[in-house]
Design a protein around this ligand. Sequence first.
Ligand code: ZN
Ligand code: ZN
Ligand code: FE
Length: 740
Amino acid sequence: MKRFEINGIVQGVGFRPFVYNLARKLKLNGYVLNSTNGVEIELEGTKKALIQFKDILLNELPPAAKIEELVEFDLSDAGYSDFEIRQSLSKTGSTFISPDLAVCKDCVQELFKKSDKRHEYTFINCTNCGPRYSIIEKTPYDRPVTSMKTFEMCSFCESEYRDPTNRRFHAQPIACPVCGPQLKFLDNNLNEIFGDPIENCLKYIKEGKIVGIKGIGGFHIACDATDRKAVAELRRRKNRPDKPFAVMCAEENLQNIVEYNSAQLDLLKSVAAPIVLFPKKVESPIVDSVAPYNPNLGVFLPYAPHHHQIFQKPNLYLIMTSGNLNDEPIASDEKELQGICDYFLTHNRPILNRTDDSVIRPSKRKNIFLRRSRGYVPSPLKLPFKTIPTLGTGAELKISFALAKEDSIWMSPYIGNNNSKETEDFFTETLTKFQDWFKIKPELVACDLQPDFMTTRFAEKLNLPLVKVQHHHAHVAAVMAENMLDEPVIGISYDGTGYGLDGAIWGGEIFVGDYQNFERKFHLKYMPLPGGDAAIKHPVRIAFSYLQQAGENPDFLTGISEIEKKIIFKQITNNFNVFQTSSMGRLFDCISAMLGLFPNITFEAQSAMALEFLCGTESLEKVPSYSYEIDNGVIDFIPLIKAVTNDIRQKKSRTEIALRFHKTVIDFTVQAVQKVKKETGLSKIVLSGGVMQNNVLLEGLYSELEKNCFTVFTPSQLPSNDGAISAGQVMIANRVMRRD
Ligand code: ZN
Ligand code: ZN
Ligand code: FE
């Protein structure tokens, strides 16, 4: 007899029916069951059949299943007389919960087949597709512990659910129009508007209205992306003047709005169905205000049945943005959105676990997550070494906590982008669930050095051994971890803001180190940041301050008042409310504001992005860099500021200046790390931090470093921004504890 214990994404993805049918076909007896550890199988039969079983199992898995680990035992026969699917077994240990899966082809076909029992039924799903993470209450995954528990299966659904040859055999969210959830269309006072909910939704969207659409991981706020007035109204109500919105459309219309290749289309069509950023088409029906001043557009394809129903309408392009107020967690209840939406397309299947859409930016080498959430969470990642049960709480922006034990780490969905009560509540709620599902009781907690973060205060309250981790060390450690590195490396962290060991604001750092220790080898020259966070929203104040520092006349700056100038001048000369910073993000802000791009911004990184976009697709190879000085561990960019000032006065093109600026950053970085390599002999190099989301910089740096014989590691499974900080914190805390 053979016994298999299998870990991975094996629950809720049609794994048991697959095993059942395979065992029957090969005339093997025994059982399969979901355990809290994964799936357990016992099999008796001929030697040949047993070998065939394993072979087919490994090579012909159901599309959404993934085996992480398979342990095989040879035991003496137990005398099974048939093959059965047994009741789930509870044990301690961690379960893999499947992420939510985009609706499959077969289900979409049935959705639009007139004779099908589930024709136009929005809650159609099968063992290969449908909601998972967002509907689960407890593990192991079974209908009575999902948000489907209140819907009693009708005899038709039940017969399919019990039939091992059916595609819906043990599909936990199975439902039909007779027994399952129902769509509803509501007005702003939450009174039902009768008629076909999908038709109503389309009618009001075409009239320019804003409709809240209940989705898989939360609400979307939708409006017509070709309707200038509707988009303007949405921006006003969401208090979101410029930040880009994502657009959903049918696959056949994608080519009308963005440029992409076939591999990128596969990513859009994957079961995770993320939002992906692509270059916009010049001639496009999408109005500019959807992603203003931005050459790219985030797009995604219909991934839930109601999306497919909505996008049956030809030539439809909808903004589908997360249903929240600025930076708050996503809403799962229409009541929270009455201030924004005119109408609601909603339903009565509760969303138990909220999760925003994931966002990916393709690049030449590896795709980069800007946000890792729906479709990916809560799949764990493998770690290069075993940890004790540990919680990393993250930072302040793009909060996502990390829980680790043994050699696995579970990242939470995107939680929120601030220190608000709502963000903290969602953080606590999700953490409690993750601890329960994955059976992790933290014995160690790690947080940021910055004392004012909600996540820091949360960690301090836990009464556990606490390690406070320097922000940029955590950035580097996160990239090391996902690349399975456990050795000293050169770590670059180009970032916006992070609390430094000396109390200054760091963000342009070159380290040498591992998880346990790090040494700062180079950093950008400290510059005065007048008013701290206030300056970040007004990059022109940064430019004013840096120009003063460079001894240049800031008279050419636009978007700054005489009063502002006076105040900042006073702050700097009296050293009042002035912070020292080595941030690379701020250097980008400074140059961007000097060029008059965005003197004041309305969302994070707006000015730095504008500077990147100026480069277009021009090559950096031909342009010369500006001068700079590297001495004593400091990269002095004052000569760069002077040269840019001179170019601006000489009315040189902004594109040329932007290109030369990027080139300069790449040049001084390569020069600095060559010095580090010479001194230490290290040639493995890790690129991290929010500024690495800049494609021109990342690509340029990557190829220059490769040319100079460095082995370069970049983030691809976790974001390079603060969404990965918690993973780095966990790794560092484990090694620091061992040292102590
Ligand atoms: Zn399906
Ligand atoms: Zn039914
Ligand atoms: Fe950061």
